[in-house]
Design a protein around this ligand. Structure first.
Ligand code: ATP
Ligand code: MG
Length: 428
């Protein structure tokens, strides 16, 4: 036999048994976003490499070591998108959605990062992203957070999530602080972990959220950003906190929350859980007022976030928060045996689907004895089996077998079959 070809490490197949959970999450999010007036946008998965270098930042983890970058046949450098914000800004600018307008957009799809695969961390993973453009007040920051709170509540996981908030101030404030932080950390250079030593020259703010215990100890004595925060950002942040207080949203202020992408300014936030081990951030975002201009557009304020679909699905599974109906994917299994029964069965199934559009009915196809077909029906998870043999066909009836209840088989006239099935499923 030829050697089998396997999937790429860190890139997962989503199997049929898992897809109802994904569909449930995606549907819940899609309907919720519609209730807030957000519109879907779909961007290509591949973009020019320069787009990510310029937006995410040259010295971030993503650009330095995680991107899938390749040359296409024309010699252009292309990259599989590692996140959605850059492409969303590119598309919105390219199609004139930005200047002097307000936009509330969302997208979903796969993202690609060459990270070490582990639970909750993959090389192809999925995000649902939400971005708003043209709105500069803290009210829209608050709306985005309220929207996530409602989503967690409707998914039944709010009690297991914590909201962390911080402000990164203006670019100038960050530059001043960066200077002060670098000066302070230089004295401790030898005691810093390796990553942090490297970041000291390139991206010292990232050292603040280093996972190394010894580095964290040094950070405790570092100058506080609060001292450098500009007035406008301070007011913006106070405004956001007021909105959240008024709405009764609980949050934790985390001055060490800096996020891994360069484009953030002012508000940043993360939703985290302790239920998933180390990969506990399920949703993260913030304001990026400078990005549109940085990518060649007119200055446009923007704020957004992205949630990690795999991590949310894992969390829903861990907390047993999926609705029970999800396990039930089929109502009726239609079995047929005898001369001409196969055509008869297909036509009856079509008729039932027309009469009862919500009915989920599977036609056996492929023949075989009733015994074999009923075995399949049982395995399928359907509530009812409809049996069509030569007797049934000649009399214009169907036999209905109850697969999950200890009940007598019924003989039902075809004209009453849809109503009978409907009533039976309703009463369950
Ligand atoms: P982390 O700190 O966990 O690496 P991040 O800051 O790199 O996350 P973002 O770029 O902000 O993540 O992406 C938003 C969300 O997408 C994360 O909060 C997470 O839920 C999810 N995510 C990011 N990277 C991965 C990955 N490699 N596999 C699965 N989900 C991911
Ligand atoms: Mg990361």
């Amino acid at each position: 036999m030829a050697k089998k070809i396997q999937a790429i490490r860190g890139m997962n197949d989503l199997l049929p048994e898992a897809s109802p959970g994904w569909q449930y999450l995606e549907k819940t999010v899609r309907e919720l976003l519609a209730r807030y007036g957000y519109q879907e946008i779909r961007m290509p998965i591949v973009e020019q490499t320069a787009l990510f270098k310029r937006s995410i930042g040259e010295v971030t983890d993503i650009v330095e070591k995680e991107m899938y970058t390749f040359e296409d046949r024309n010699g252009d450098s292309l990259t599989l998108r590692p996140e959605g914000t850059a492409g969303c800004v590119r598309a919105a600018e390219e199609h004139g959605l930005l200047y002097n307008q307000q936009q509330r957009l969302w997208y979903q799809g796969p993202m690609f990062r060459h990270e070490r695969p582990q639970k909750g961390r993959y090389r192809q993973f999925h995000q649902i992203g939400v971005e708003t453009f043209g709105l500069n007040g803290p009210d829209i920051d608050a709306e985005l957070i309220l929207l996530t709170v409602r989503l967690w509540r409707e998914l039944g996981i709010l009690d297991h999530l914590t909201l962390e908030l911080n402000t990164l101030g203006s670019a100038e404030a960050r530059a001043d602080y960066r200077q002060a932080l670098t000066t302070y950390l230089q004295d401790f250079y030898d005691e810093l972990d390796e990553d942090s030593q490297r970041r000291l020259a390139t991206n010292p703010l990232r050292i603040l959220d280093s996972k190394s215990a010894s580095t964290q100890k040094i950070i405790e004595g570092a100058p506080a950003f609060d001292h450098y925060l500009d007035d406008e950002s301070r007011q913006h942040f106070a405004g956001l906190c007021q909105f959240l207080d008024a709405a009764g949203v609980t949050y934790t202020l985390n001055p060490l929350l800096v996020r891994g992408l360069d484009y953030y300014s002012k508000t940043v936030f993360e939703w985290t859980t302790t239920a998933l081990g180390a990969q506990g951030t399920v949703c993260a975002g913030g304001r990026y007022d400078a990005l549109v201009e940085q990518l060649g557009g007119k200055a446009t304020p923007a704020v957004g976030f992205a949630m990690g679909v795999e991590r949310l699905v894992l969390l829903l599974e861990t907390l047993d928060a999926f609705p029970v109906e999800l396990q039930q994917q089929l109502d009726v299994y239609l079995a047929a045996s005898g001369q001409g029964a196969d055509v008869y069965a297909l036509l009856l199934a079509e008729r039932l689907r027309s009469e009862q559009p919500t009915l989920r009915i599977l036609t056996h196809c492929g023949g075989g004895s009733f015994k074999q077909q009923i075995k399949r029906a049982d395995k399928s998870g359907a509530q009812l089996a409809i049996l069509l043999g030569e007797n049934e066909i000649s009399q214009g009836v169907a036999s209905v077998k109850h697969l999950r209840e200890d009940k007598e088989q019924n003989e039902v006239a075809l004209s009453e079959l849809a109503g009978f099935i409907h009533q039976h499923l309703q009463s369950r």
